[in-house]
Design a protein around this ligand. Structure first.
Ligand SMILES: [Zn+2]
Length: 274
């Protein structure tokens, strides 16, 4: 499933290819993804110029020259692939095909169809039902130790589940939560409300660090991404604790432990994380 770093990389890759370009044709090849497409979807996009491409949480926000935003979510299996020219044969999971004014084409492919697309006026984006409840962006300047401590204050849930709560902070998926807690030396089982001061500062910094490292790793796949038949592969990382049950902790050499929290696996070092 694409996580925040993958979505950020997709945004950068699309921006490299599409900024200032016009959509000459849009082919919508089925009535719905996770939700129905908005009425007049293809017609409303045709002829529009792409003015900016940005990210909010795991949403791709494409600003068009008439003040409309094309909101895209990749769901579980979605991808946006740029082709130098439109392929003669489309894949059965290519649900939307955008023809660009320089002869290139972008295909939205999504086998499992958990992705979505919507059109919204840029001025109303902050109030959109999928956007309005979202928490802080972890890579923004507003997200720091004091902000993290404030959002966790009084919370009795575990810190791991709290930092994965999208209403508090967005884009910290299961892998990144385990990795950030390891780097901050904080037990995933610790009560969220006890994270304050130095501990909160360390955790906020660790969350930024793991996400930035993943985005940096994505830079190399960006090259593949813009190649003719480039599928964007999701990043293969060498994790420090994630998916490493009973293997050696890179810090102390002791065994990594796996527990289940909120139905998901958590990996941590009981010796280094308190
Ligand atoms: Zn250890």
């Amino acid at each position: 499933m694409p996580e925040l770093p993958e979505v950020e990389t997709v945004c950068r890759g699309l921006a490299l290819k599409l900024l200032g370009r016009r959509l000459t044709a849009v082919e919508q090849r089925r009535p719905n993804l996770r939700f129905p497409f908005p009425e007049g979807f293809a017609a409303r996009l045709t002829g529009r110029r792409i003015d900016s491409i940005r990210r909010r949480a795991k949403y791709i926000i494409i600003d068009l020259d008439d003040g409309t935003v094309l909101l895209v979510h990749l769901g579980m299996s979605g991808s946006m692939v740029v082709n130098e020219k439109r392929p003669a044969l489309l894949d059965r999971h290519d649900h939307v095909v955008f023809d660009i004014d320089n002869g290139t084409c972008v295909r939205f492919n999504d086998a499992r169809r958990f992705g979505l697309m919507d059109l919204v006026a840029a001025a109303d984006l902050a109030h959109h039902k999928l956007i309005r409840g979202l928490g802080l962006e972890p890579l923004s300047d507003e997200f720091d130790g004091p902000a993290l401590a404030a959002m966790l204050k009084g919370r009795k849930t575990s810190v791991k589940l709290a930092i994965m709560d999208q209403r508090l902070v967005v884009g910290v998926g299961n892998i990144y939560a385990s990795e950030a807690l390891f780097r901050a030396g904080i037990s995933p089982k610790r009560r969220a409300g006890t994270i304050a001061g130095e501990r909160a500062a360390k955790l906020a910094a660790a969350i930024k660090k793991v996400l930035k490292e993943a985005i940096k790793a994505g830079g190399s796949s960006l090259r593949d991404y813009v190649q003719a038949n480039g599928e964007l592969g999701y990043f293969q990382h060498r994790w420090k604790v994630y998916d490493r049950e009973d293997q050696k902790c890179p810090t102390c050499g002791g065994p990594i432990k796996r527990i289940t929290q909120g139905g998901r696996s958590t990996f941590y070092c009981p010796k280094d994380q308190k």
